[in-house]
Unconditional design. Sequence first.
Length: 219
Amino acid sequence: MTMIATWAALITALLASAAAPAPQGGRLEYEGPPSPEAASAKADRLIEAAGAQGVFVNASTGPTTVVLHGRSGLRCYDATQITVFDSGSERGDGVACDFVNGDERTTLLVYYTPHRARRPPADDIGLHGLSGPFAVYEGPNSEHDPSRPRAWAKAPAHPAERRTAVRDGAAVFTRLSIGRAGEWTVLERTTGPLALAKAVDYHGDALMIGALLELAERQ
């Protein structure tokens, strides 16, 4: 199994576990993954809704919805939204994928940076409805979890900043990470319930690492 296939499987498993419904009345009802036809149709809808024809292509081959950013090689698995930024240069050199699972949301923004001084195509990657004051997060995080896959250590450097903030009047956890693979820079922001901070951090890190490894393998 290639590195890309390995990370694709991990990301798909993480997203599926987060999307599974909670038990009701003592029973867990889960109908299973969508059909390949439904997954492919969703990918087509994502691309059409974003006006992303020619920038993203439908790369779904099974029950997981996959859209591929042709220029960078980024594959977005089960994304809920994709965005193409008008950066004033070549179309498709700045894109984002959003993933929403319940109260947890991750945005991955990928932009072409042949020169490191270049700014992202947007001022930030979305605050996800957050408001201040932001405070440094001091709780447990996945970076120091011995159960983290050892392969994660091979990913390009991607320092993360962890904070607490307020969303809809409730305290939440949010992380912002940045990394670089070849001539592409990846920004990631993940936000979720403060009580689940470690899991939110883990999911965000998995998506970030998967994106960096896929882009690095294309270089």
